[in-house]
Design a binder for this molecule. Structure first.
Ligand SMILES: [Zn+2]
Ligand SMILES: [Zn+2]
Length: 292
C-alpha cells in the first residue's frame, strides 16, 4: 500500500515540475507551447477564411472551450490523471505478476524502424479511439458524459478539447492494454500526439477544408460537422465517429455527408436543459446517471 502511495505522490509531484518546466521553457519538444501555437494558427485560419461568415469572431462558448482545452490537456493530468494512472499501471502489473506474467509484450515493435513504429502506434490508437467513440454514443451512461462535447453550438478550434475528464480515463484505459501488448507505453509519441491535436483542432474549426482525395483517410471539418449535427439519420445513434482518420467510417459504413452541412444546427435533443457552466457540466453525468 505504501508503495502505491509513493507512486501517487511521485506522479503528482513529477507532473507538477514537468508542467512548470513546459511553461517556463518553450522549445520544439514542448506540448504546452505546441498547443498554444496550433491554437493560434488554426484560429488565424478561422479569422482569415471563415466558413460560416456570420459567426462572431469570439463565438459562443469561446472562453469556456478555451478553458476546457487547458483543463483537459494539462490541469486534469496535473490534478489526478497522471498520479492515478501510474498507480493503476503498477497495480495492473502486480496483478499480472500473481499469475506469473511479468511482461505483457506479445509482439516486439522496438526492433522496427522508428517511422513504422510511429505509423503502427498511430493507426492502432486511432482505431481503438474510433471504437471507444462509438461506445460513447451507444451506451447511455457513457453518452451522458459525451454530451458535453456535443453541447457545442458554434464550431471553433477550441471545441476540440471541450469534453468531460471521464473521457480521458475511458480512452486511455481502452488503449493501455492493446498498446502495452505490442510494447508501447502509455505515454504517446510526441509527433503522433501533435499531429492528432492539429487534425482535431481543424475538424472543429470554422473553415472549410476537406484535403481533396485524402478526405477518405483524414477526418475534416465538413465530415465532423455532421458528427455534431442535431438531426441524425433515422435509427442511427451517430455517424462519422472518426477521430483523426476518417478511414474507419468509410470501411465500416458509418460515414454520412449528405452535403457540406455549413448551416446544419448542432447539438442533441433536449439541449435547452443542458447545463451551461463548467462545474455544472462536469458534475451533470453523476447525478444524471443516478436516475432522473
Ligand atoms: Zn461524439
Ligand atoms: Zn467533435
Amino acid at each position: 500500500m505504501e508503495k502505491y502511495f509513493q507512486i501517487f505522490v511521485d506522479g503528482y509531484y513529477g507532473y507538477f515540475t514537468y508542467l512548470l518546466d513546459e511553461i517556463m521553457y518553450p522549445s520544439w519538444g514542448n506540448y504546452f507551447w505546441w498547443l498554444v501555437g496550433l491554437s493560434l494558427g488554426v484560429w488565424l485560419l478561422e479569422l482569415v477564411f471563415p466558413w460560416r461568415k456570420s459567426q462572431p469572431l469570439i463565438r459562443k462558448d469561446f472562453w469556456l472551450d478555451g478553458f476546457y482545452m487547458f483543463f483537459n490537456f494539462f490541469l486534469f493530468s496535473l490534478i489526478a490523471y497522471n498520479a492515478i494512472s501510474n498507480v493503476a499501471v503498477e497495480a495492473f502489473n502486480d496483478f499480472l505478476g500473481l499469475f506469473g506474467v511479468t511482461n505483457l509484450v506479445a509482439i516486439e515493435v522496438a526492433s522496427l524502424p522508428t517511422w513504422s513504429q510511429l505509423l503502427i502506434l498511430f493507426v492502432l490508437a486511432d482505431f481503438i479511439q474510433w471504437n471507444v467513440h462509438r461506445f460513447l454514443h451507444r451506451i447511455p451512461a457513457l453518452w451522458e458524459f459525451h454530451k458535453l462535447h456535443h453541447s457545442v453550438e458554434q464550431m471553433g478550434f477550441a471545441a476540440h478539447l471541450r469534453f468531460h475528464w471521464m473521457e480521458t480515463i475511458v480512452y486511455k484505459t481502452a488503449q493501455y492494454i492493446p498498446l502495452a501488448m505490442i510494447g508501447f507505453g502509455l505515454e504517446e509519441f510526441f509527433l503522433v500526439h501533435i499531429f492528432a491535436t492539429a487534425i482535431g483542432h481543424l475538424n472543429h474549426a470554422n473553415i472549410r477544408v476537406t484535403y481533396g482525395p485524402l478526405k477518405y483517410v483524414l477526418n475534416n471539418p465538413v465530415m465532423h460537422t455532421w458528427h455534431h449535427a442535431k438531426q441524425l439519420p433515422k435509427g442511427s445513434s451517430g455517424v462519422n465517429y472518426g477521430i483523426t482518420l476518417s478511414l474507419w467510417d468509410y470501411l465500416f459504413r458509418t460515414a454520412y455527408i449528405p452535403n457540406d452541412g455549413r448551416d446544419e444546427p448542432l447539438g442533441f435533443d433536449g439541449m435547452e436543459k443542458y447545463p451551461k457552466t463548467f462545474w455544472q457540466q462536469i458534475s451533470y453525468p453523476f447525478w444524471k446517471n443516478k436516475g432522473d
